[in-house]
Structures are given as C-alpha cells and as structure tokens.
Design a protein around this ligand. Sequence first.
Ligand code: MRU
Length: 352
Amino acid sequence: MFTAMTFQDNHLRLIDQRHLPHQEVWVQAEHLHQIAEAIENMTVRGAPAIATAAAFALVLDAQQAKAKAWADYAADFDRNCERLHATRPTAVNLANALRSVKALAAKFAPQQTMQVTVEKLLTFAKELEHADLTTCRAIGQHGAAAQQGQKLRVMTHCNTGSLATAGYGTALGVIRALHSEGRVEHVYVDETRPYLQGSRLTAFELQAEGIPYSIQTDSAAAYLMRYEHVDFVVVGADRIAANGDTANKVGTYSLAIVAKHHGVPFYVAAPLSTFDLKTPDGEAIPIEMRSPLEVTQHAGHAVAPYGADARNPSFDVTPAELIAGIITEHGVIRPPFTESIRKLFTKMKSES
Ligand code: MRU
C-alpha cells in the first residue's frame, strides 16, 4: 500500500501525485514554503493528507527557527499557519489541524523551552498521521458492515485511498475492507475530470491490490447505473456541514443525483475531522476555483481552442437529502443528519 508522505528528521518526502500512475517521483521538502506549494499544486492532495503535510510543515519551520524563545517566533508561526490555511480552502481537515496545533502551541509555549514546544509539535504531527490510519481502518470496518450482500458492485469518485490519507483510505477504505472479506465483485471508478484522480490514482491503488475495477468517464455513470447493476456508491468528503451537506470533488453532486434517480444508495465516508459544525449548510462552504488551464489543457497539450475560457470549481456540494448514510470511524450515521450529527458529536464530547 502506497503512502503519500514520510517524515524524516529534517524533511518531508512526498510522492509527487501529478506523475502517477506511470512515474514514481519522490520530492524532498525541507521548508514550509515548499510544502505549501506542494499542497497548492497538488503534489500532495486529499483532505486528510494535506492536513498531515501542513502539520509536518509547521514542525520543519519551527525546527529551523533561530529564535531561542517561542515568544520571538510566535509571529512567524501565526504567519505560517495563515500561509498553509490559504493553500486549499475547501478541505476543513487542514483548518481543523491548524487550529489544534495553534491550541497546542498556546498551551505549551509559555512554560516550555522552544525545543520542548517543537517536540510537542512533532509529536502532534506524528499522532495526527497515526490517528488518521486507525480512523480509516475503522471507517472501512463500519462501511463494510453496513453493506448486505456477498458480491457487491460499487461506484466511487475521485481518490480517497492511501494516497489521500495516512494510509488505507476513507471511501477506498470501505472498498478495501469489503475486498478483504471477498465481497467486491466490481468497482466502477469515475475518471474524475479534470485532474483524473480516479483514473490515475484510484485505478492505480485498486490495480496494485488486485481489486477488480473499470474506469468510466464521469458522464457515463448514469448509463452504467441503468444498464449494469451498481449496489451502492461511496465517496469521500472535504467538508461536511452541520446539516450533512457534503463538499467533495466536483462531479460528486451529479453522481448523487444520478444515484438517487436509479435508487442506488449513496454513501459518504469521512472521519470526524471532516465535519464542520460551525458551517450550517453547504451554501456556506467555500469552494476552491482552480486554474482554467486544468480544463483546457491535458498534460501540457491544449484540448480546447487557444484562449478558451473555462470554469473550474474543484469541489461541489451534495445536498444531505441525496445521502443515505455517512460512514465515520464511530459508525454510520443516517438522516436526518442535523440530528444524527449533533448526537454523535455530543456523545464524543461526553466521552472525552
Ligand atoms: O482535489 P483533491 O484531489 O484534494 O480532492 C480530493 C477529494 O475530493 C477527496 O474525495 C477528499 O479529499 C477525501 S480524501 C480521503
């Protein structure tokens, strides 16, 4: 199973996902600005993975600081958090991780040496990575348990696997768990225009594990649901609002509409760190607009008239009413989501 990154003493190694599946290129990032750029240009991508990369970026910068006391470094730290926060606005895992790191620094820095605080940041980043892996496995187990049937045909969108997380994956984690039980007959993989996370990355992960799959263009999903049997759809998420509206890779919304029309249950698989209870509904989720060139060019070749304009929203929002269940590390929650999400978070708070 591939990992998106590995942290070593003074640098973060990232697999450059822009070159997959045919070239395995690793980049070595030694400075925070390199990691911020790697997140922006999608060398590393996927909501949990970018949160982890950002946490390690903060560690690297703090390790390199000349300041002897945190107070002399605090302004740089705040600027670093802002820089990382601005890289990709939709995935809330990043914002949640930055908030936790800031709280940690605020707690320890006043009484501790710079060195101890930096060690705390490192421990936090490593724990974030470790917890993500454990979380993904739990999502996989809950997602597999929620499905009836021995020979399942499942459709997915984008890449939610070990490349997008600390390993195993969310929606792809559900597929992995089902496969380990011998219950996957076929995976339908949306190619996921324009960045092709489906055909380049998800297909790559499925192929490496011998999970049977085929790729379809995003617009072929409706045809396949009509003429081939699909048991359920499972996708990941970048931000889930308090009412269950879910932002995920562009094309998810149309896939959910198509699934509803064909009576195919549509599931979202995501950790609690992807929920944003401060955002009441999908209308309030910021949607990242990326360069038109990602649409008008492919691998550096023009696929539209020179100078053509293009709209390139990187995400869309699937309304909660199209979602059959949200698979979390604590189980599957069902509609009505405003209530089930509130209940889950209240329970988690009372247990912590
Ligand atoms: O633009 P990307 O590739 O970062 O978008 C990724 C997705 O939309 C994933 O579905 C989401 O981040 C969940 S990854 C476990």
